[in-house]
Design a protein around this ligand. Structure first.
Ligand code: ZN
Length: 247
């Protein structure tokens, strides 16, 4: 079985469409590590795609915040908060309901898990090996996919050591990771709709379970179109600008 694994799409439909076109024919099922919406201008098309095409999604903090969970908004900076309020207003009732009902991770699937932030806290950012080191014991599978940081790559645990995994460099489209059976992995497919690792290309991965391999991919998309839509609906301009730099 081959899985297309996406995370942090953030209502960026041009990025999502580019990823789907790039991945076409290479996967059997689609999974998502959360944050379908928030920041971008197309929450309804992205949620409608998820409702019909995605087999499993765990909720992200933005998915929670856009469904009326106002406690969540207290933790958001002013830009994220105004985007969350705009998204809440813009979603159709059916799409809001879908987001409201998304399960909290970790979600266990045969042989691996999906989660948003960390295995112990869906809102926690796992950025460094220091953050990751204490988490190995909380992953109930050889492999877990996570999001939230918008940083492609992740971590491998082997005996008592944890190491950071590479991602494709800015001139590569793909980096294939061969999974070692004696190691455990916390893997971030990258952010489709708002990368923050300095590479503005959309990030995603394909997990080939039978081949024990994960292909981390980066693909260009129409950033200017996503920026135009953000400005057109009146979302904060900074949300458009950051898509150009991938920061
Ligand atoms: Zn996110």
């Amino acid at each position: 079985m081959r899985f297309l694994i996406l995370s942090d799409i953030h209502a960026n439909e041009p990025a999502l469409q580019a990823v789907l076109a790039d991945a076409a024919g290479r996967y059997d099922r689609v999974l998502c590590c959360g944050d379908l919406v928030g920041y971008g201008a197309d929450p309804n098309p992205v949620v409608e795609w998820a409702r019909t095409s995605v087999q499993a999604v765990v909720r992200g903090n933005h998915d929670k915040a856009c469904t009326g969970n106002t406690d969540e908004l207290e933790w958001f900076n002013p830009t994220a908060r105004s985007a969350a309020l705009w998204t809440m207003d813009s979603l159709t009732d059916e799409n809001r309901e879908y987001l409201f009902c998304l399960p909290k991770g970790p979600l266990s699937l045969p042989g691996f898990q999906l989660l948003h932030g960390s295995p112990v806290d869906e809102d926690e950012y796992v950025v460094s090996t220091w953050d990751a080191a204490p988490l190995a014991g909380y992953i109930d599978a050889p492999l877990a996919f996570f999001g939230h940081t918008h940083l492609q790559g992740g971590f491998a645990f082997h005996r008592n050591a944890v190491r950071r995994l590479a991602r494709p460099s800015s001139h590569e489209a793909e980096l294939v990771l061969a999974l070692e059976t004696e190691a455990q992995y916390l893997l971030n497919p990258g952010s489709v709709g708002q990368p923050r690792d300095g590479d503005p290309r959309a990030g995603y991965c394909i997990f080939d379970q039978d081949a024990h391999a994960v292909a981390l991919r980066r693909i260009p998309y129409d950033v200017e179109e996503a920026q135009r839509r953000i400005i057109a609906v009146g979302l904060p301009e900074g949300l458009a600008q950051r898509l150009g730099t991938g920061r």
